[in-house]
Design a protein. Structure first.
Length: 353
């Protein structure tokens, strides 16, 4: 039984909400019919816009002498909510298992079913398709390490130490000698390729990259395909022709493209390439966010400063570079709205491809 002193404590301040929120969570978990509904109920409490998260933002408004007690109560409520979710998920798993046992009896003398044939993951098949298109234009595949140093990942690409574009990369650094990091793009392979061979260069670079970013359209680990062409007669017209052909090969010959001015430290001039939305044909839909256009990739003419870093004479050689996210290309191709669907290994989802 709750004492008068406890009742008064619950009735005052944001902490009074905690017992009610936990009781509501118990009711929602009890009503959940599957794991997805149970996690949804918990997210209303623990998610980025959940009730406990909103209460946590009120911590700074409390008197200083009340903050430790409220913070401790809030942390305890979060731990308790997580524990109750795990308990409910375990119970739902048991229910599913018990239902499976209640099905038709299994004959152990029957021969085993053959193992199903596998198939490429939609991310890998998308990346292979992109590479194949550029290989048909004469590009060779180049690869490099995923653990990089600052020179190859930033400095040689015209990112000086105080350049604001470094803040856009959300870099994951490694606690080890040598100023090492997980590469934020596959561009370091462009630098390694140019430093290892003289021009002309024509390479396409697929691979995994890493950034401290996680939401509906971003993952901490994702895939990119970049390309680099260096020759003594390269022009912006060739860049536009090459990438227009790629988009039409990937999405279809009737796709319209446009180039918008942009900025990248390692190209000048720089551009973003958009294509007319392949879902709504430009009318405006959820996939293109009503604009009628889909952002596909970034590109531009290689900045002369990058050539100086690798020992190429910018007066003799010109080049263009481009880069795209494989995850985004797969989402656009298949009409996906959430990147996590590509990483959850749900066989029901993957069997569609």
């Amino acid at each position: 039984m709750t004492t008068d002193h406890q009742a008064q404590g619950e009735a005052a301040g944001p902490a009074a909400e905690l017992p009610r929120l936990l009781r509501q969570l118990d009711a929602d978990l009890a009503a959940a019919r599957n794991a997805e509904e149970a996690r949804g109920a918990a997210s209303r409490l623990l998610g980025k816009k959940g009730a406990l998260t909103l209460l946590n933002r009120q911590l700074g408004t409390l008197p200083a002498d009340q903050r430790p007690a409220f913070g401790a109560a809030l942390n305890a409520a979060k731990a308790e909510a997580s524990a109750r979710l795990e308990t409910r998920l375990a119970a739902l798993d048991r229910e599913v298992f018990e239902k499976s046992l209640a099905g038709p009896p299994h004959d152990p003398t029957l021969p085993p079913r053959g193992a199903p044939c596998g198939h490429p993951h939609p991310l890998m098949s998308t990346m292979h398709d992109i590479v194949d298109i550029f290989a048909g234009m004469g590009f060779q595949v180049a690869e490099g390490p995923e653990v990089e140093d600052d020179f190859h990942n930033f400095e040689a690409l015209n990112f000086p130490p105080d350049h604001p574009a470094r803040d856009m990369q959300d870099t994951l650094f490694i606690d080890a000698p040598g100023n090492l990091l997980l590469r934020t793009h596959t561009s370091p392979v462009q630098i390694r390729t140019m430093r290892s061979q003289p021009p002309p260069v024509r390479v396409v670079i697929p691979g995994a990259v890493y950034r401290h970013d996680d939401d509906a359209t971003h993952s901490p680990r994702f895939y990119q395909v970049e390309g680099l062409l260096v020759d003594d007669h390269t022009s912006l017209a060739e860049l536009k022709g090459c990438l227009t052909l790629f988009v039409q090969e990937f999405f279809g010959a009737d796709v319209t493209v446009r180039f918008r001015p942009s900025f990248f430290p390692f190209t000048e001039p720089s551009a973003e390439l958009d294509c007319r939305c392949v879902v709504c044909k430009g009318a405006g839909c959820r996939v293109c966010k009503g604009s009628g256009w889909l952002e596909v990739l970034g590109c531009g003419m290689v900045d002369p400063e990058v050539f100086r870093h690798v020992g190429y004479d910018p007066e003799q050689w010109q080049g263009f570079a481009f880069g795209m996210g494989v995850d985004r290309m797969a989402m656009l191709r298949h009409g996906l709205s959430h990147i996590r669907a590509l990483y959850e290994n749900d066989q029901r989802f993957l069997r569609q491809f």
